[in-house]
Design a protein around this ligand. Structure first.
Ligand code: AMP
Ligand code: MG
Length: 345
């Protein structure tokens, strides 16, 4: 069995060199900038604020650390851990956890349960929270799936009640919500241009210093470099893919995005899904959910709901993107000559 978390190792080396300092980034367009690097939410993060904003960058670090300690499913002091161990009793949530969960439940509903924040018992059985990877049997999975249903989560204002056995995992949405909080914090501090790199989640505040759009790379899910570059201003760009976290056993690859209908890694014909919209949590939720849905249902969801753009990379080598992003996405590397299908309303 082989466990791989490709994106973490090189970034971790960079982090070790940079941890804990605010330093000027080497962007020739910027006169001045402050960056903070940190390891949070199981990934490497960097926030860069352009202009004289060292304090704002430090506030961003504090906010991320505070959110992580509320939301971590494995930290025994987190609110989510407390809720998951309340044995049916109600718990009081902080404003951030309540706001995040409330929005996440709306997105579970709108995706028809392709996103389901009660997936935790299944994710744990596969070992994705502990790195003790294993393939659960069919009976075990069907028993665990009885505990998976976001409609069992009762959130009344800030009071949360989970039936005994139902457990939350906010891993699919926490970084997106964090991006929204940090972007709002930076704007309130007067920052007009910033880039938040939160693992696979990118969130842009404004445009680059000088006014040109940010160029955000979309990772090639087949390894190595990039599949393309998308240009954005004031938007989040969030990618989910099986390549981000997986293990191999007996020649099969098992990844961390689970289809709540089967309890197994979602095999929908997609290698990755990138969502582009203003709201980070929506991008994060939909990148996971559309990966579960697969290309046809994802296209239907976009036509019915709109309000975002997406780039789907299929396992037969196609690029499927929505009309709004057609002019700002450029395929790259091995995807340069891939067939492109543009979804229209
Ligand atoms: P992401 O990387 O944003 O796609 O989120 C994947 C993470 O969310 C996994 O590591 C699990 O913790 C959790 N997860 C996996 N499948 C689902 C699902 N269908 N709905 C909600 N959360 C999920
Ligand atoms: Mg997600």
């Amino acid at each position: 069995m082989r466990a791989v978390r490709r994106r973490i190792i090189p970034l971790l080396l960079a982090l070790l060199l940079l941890a804990g300092c605010a330093y000027p980034a080497r962007d020739p367009e910027a006169n001045e900038s402050s960056s903070v690097d940190l390891l949070a939410m199981d990934t490497v993060m960097r926030v860069t604020a352009y202009g004289k904003h060292r304090e704002a960058a430090e506030l961003a670090r504090e906010k991320i650390t505070a959110l992580e300690s509320l939301l971590s499913v494995t930290n025994e002091n987190s609110e989510i851990y407390a809720a998951n161990h309340a044995l049916g009793a109600s718990v009081e949530l902080s404003p951030d956890t309540a706001a995040l969960l409330s929005r996440a439940l709306e997105l579970c509903d709108s995706t028809g349960g392709a996103l389901d924040v009660t997936i935790y018992p299944v994710v744990r059985a596969w070992g994705f929270t502990t790195d003790q990877f294993r393939v659960p049997g069919a009976e075990e999975l069907s028993a665990l799936l009885e505990r998976v249903d976001y409609r069992q989560v009762a959130l009344d204002g800030s009071t949360l009640t989970l039936p005994e056995g139902v457990e939350l995992d906010l891993g699919a949405v926490a970084k997106g919500y964090t991006g929204d909080c940090v972007a709002a914090l930076l704007r309130a501090e007067g920052v007009e241009s910033a880039l938040l790199e939160l693992g696979g989640n990118i969130q842009a505040v404004g445009a680059k210093p000088g006014g040109s759009p940010w160029r955000v790379a979309v990772t090639d899910p087949n390894g190595g470099g990039f599949a393309g570059v998308v240009e954005v201003v004031d938007k989040a760009v969030v990618t989910s893919g099986g390549y981000e976290r997986y293990f191999e056993q007996d020649g099969e690859t098992y990844w961390h995005i689970i289809d709540p209908a089967t309890g197994r890694p979602a095999r929908s014909g997609l290698l990755s899904v990138t969502i582009i919209a203003e709201e980070g949590i929506k991008c994060d939720a939909l990148s996971t959910a559309l990966f579960v849905m697969g290309p046809e249902k994802a296209a239907d969801y976009w036509r019915e709901n709109g309000g975002f753009d997406c780039i789907l990379l299929s396992d037969d080598g196609r690029i499927i993107l929505t009309e709004g992003i057609e002019d700002s996405f450029t395929p790259y590397g091995d995807w340069t000559d891939a067939p492109v299908e543009v979804l229209q309303r």
